[in-house]
Design a protein around this ligand. Structure first.
Ligand code: KIV
Length: 310
């Protein structure tokens, strides 16, 4: 019987990992936690961003349903469909070779029944090249998690601020800030671990609660607005790059101002087109003089023929 080593795993884009750099798996996540090495995760929704994240050595790419807000312009994530997610997951899979790819299950793709959850989770792997799925919620999601995990599909949990419940939570607000809510979060994290999750995102929860949960769990936690005590960090790439115009959550650090950069580029382009500075000779395709002369004589001949007929 042959076994597959992590180096021989290739991503869905078919590129094999050369010696020295390995495809990140759920096992890598677990080992990084054991070694105390932080796990890095970013969202991506398209081929170029996935390519750059992968080249930068990011451990894991989440095709988040934040897609709805930062790419599709919806006010929240509730309008995102399975077809939207699969379309963007496929593009990300084509750009990534090494990162563990996690597809975010959209609203109503797993809440309706464990069977729906399983079928939709399967589509992320079978059709869209993802390595794992993520879904939101705690004790109310255990059956869904169990049915997906039983099919051999790795599941990442998501607790704290769960954006698909924005109306129930009364807005995008921090969670687990009183003892009762904090205890419930800890219990939910333990239940998700028991149900088979390989990792859990903790979003917008107090740093000391996230650190406590991270210590109590054997599986790694990935924090977003949950402090430095988590086993890894995730951010929305559009926030990191300064591309999302509507609001910047307190926990975001902007590492670039692409909104400003793109605005400058587009404005300069407009000015140069209007002043005819663009396109210049170096942006222009030419044809040999001989061919040009031949074309002009042909036009001349056909014009004379038409004149004679007329
Ligand atoms: O959709 C998303 O981008 C997420 C992250 C914020 C964790 O769920």
């Amino acid at each position: 019987m042959s076994t597959i080593s992590p180096t021989s795993l290739s991503s869905s884009n078919g590129r094999n990992a050369p010696e020295g750099r390995r495809k990140i798996t759920t096992l890598t996540f677990r080992r990084k936690k054991q070694r105390g090495e932080p796990i890095t995760m970013l969202t991506a929704y398209d081929y170029p961003t996935a390519l750059i994240a992968d080249q930068a050595g990011i451990d894991s790419i989440l095709v988040g349903d934040s897609l709805g807000m930062v790419v599709l312009g919806y006010p929240n994530t509730l309008s995102v469909t399975m077809e939207d997610m699969l379309h963007h997951c496929k593009a990300v899979a084509r750009g990534s070779t090494y990162a563990l790819l996690v597809g975010d299950m959209p609203f109503m793709s797993y809440q309706t029944s464990p069977q729906d959850a399983l079928c939709n989770a399967g589509r992320f792997l079978q059709e869209a090249g993802m390595d794992a799925v993520k879904l939101e919620g705690g004790r109310e999601r255990l059956e869904a998690v169990q049915s997906i995990v039983a099919a051999g599909i790795p599941v990442m949990g998501h607790l704290g601020l769960t954006p698909q419940s924005v109306h129930q939570l009364g807005g995008f607000r921090p969670q687990g800030r009183d003892a009762t809510a904090a205890q419930r979060l800890l219990e939910d994290a333990l239940l998700l671990q028991e149900a088979g999750c390989f990792s859990i995102v903790l979003e917008s929860v107090p740093a000391r609660l996230a650190a406590l949960i991270s210590q109590r769990l054997a599986i790694p936690t990935i924090g977003i607005g949950a402090g430095a005590g988590c086993n890894g960090q995730v951010l929305v790439s559009h926030d990191v790059l300064g591309l999302f115009d509507r609001f910047t959550p307190k926990f975001v650090k902007k590492y670039a101002d692409l909104h400003g950069e793109i605005n400058r580029a587009f404005t300069t382009y407009k000015t140069e087109v209007e002043s005819r500075a663009f396109p210049a000779d170096e942006h222009t395709v030419e044809m040999p003089d001989q061919e040009w002369e031949a074309l002009l004589s042909r036009i001349e001949e056909s014009t004379q023929e038409i004149d004679q007929k007329g």
